[in-house]
Design a protein around this ligand. Structure first.
Ligand code: RB5
Length: 150
C-alpha cells in the first residue's frame, strides 16, 4: 500500500511519530510536509495531497491538523475523496468498512500518540464491506457527477 501523509504546524509531531509507525509495518509513505512548527495554512497542504490520492498516485492519504476538521473540509472538496475525521477505534473502523474513506484526518491537539496509533492501524487494515454501503457510496459519486465537478 502506498500512503501519502501531510500536516500543518499543529500536526508535525504526530506526523513524524506515525510515519515511523507506518514504516515499521512496511507501508510505503511519502511525506508532503509541513516539516516545522512554523504556522502554515492547512488548505495549502490538504488540497494538493487530496488531488494526488484522487488521481491514483497513492492508495490512501493521512492529514493531520489541530483537530482534523480543517483538513477534512478541504480534502472533501476534491472529487473522489472521502476524507474522514476519526477520533477513536470505532470511527476508524466504520470510516473504512462503511464509508470507504480514502483519507484519514487526525487531530494532533486532541489525540495522544497511542490513541492515534490505534486509530491508524484499524483504518489502514480496514476493508470496505460493500453491499448496502456500496449503494450509498455510489450516491456520493452521483452527487459529484451531477455537480459537474470534473
Ligand atoms: C491551527 O491553529 C488550527 O486551526 C488547525 O490546525 C486546525 O485545527 C484546523 O482545523
Amino acid at each position: 500500500m502506498r500512503v501519502v501523509i501531510g500536516c500543518d504546524h499543529a500536526g508535525v509531531k504526530l506526523k513524524e511519530h506515525l510515519k515511523k509507525y507506518l514504516k515499521n509495518w512496511g507501508v510505503e509513505v511519502e511525506d508532503m510536509g509541513t516539516f516545522e512548527e512554523t504556522p502554515v495554512d492547512y488548505p495549502d497542504i490538504a488540497f494538493p495531497l487530496a488531488k494526488k490520492v484522487a488521481g491514483g498516485d497513492f492508495d490512501r492519504g493521512i492529514l493531520i491538523c489541530g483537530t482534523g476538521i480543517g483538513m477534512s473540509i478541504v480534502a472533501n472538496k476534491v472529487k473522489g475523496i472521502r476524507a474522514a475525521v476519526c477520533w477513536d477505534e470505532y470511527t476508524a473502523q466504520v470510516a473504512r468498512t462503511h464509508n470507504d474513506s480514502n483519507i484519514l484526518c487526525l487531530g494532533g491537539r486532541v489525540l495522544s500518540f497511542k490513541e492515534a496509533e490505534r486509530i491508524l492501524k484499524i483504518w489502514i487494515e480496514g476493508n470496505f464491506e460493500g453491499g448496502r454501503h456500496e449503494r450509498r457510496v455510489r450516491k456520493i459519486l452521483e452527487i459529484e457527477r451531477s455537480r459537474g465537478d470534473g
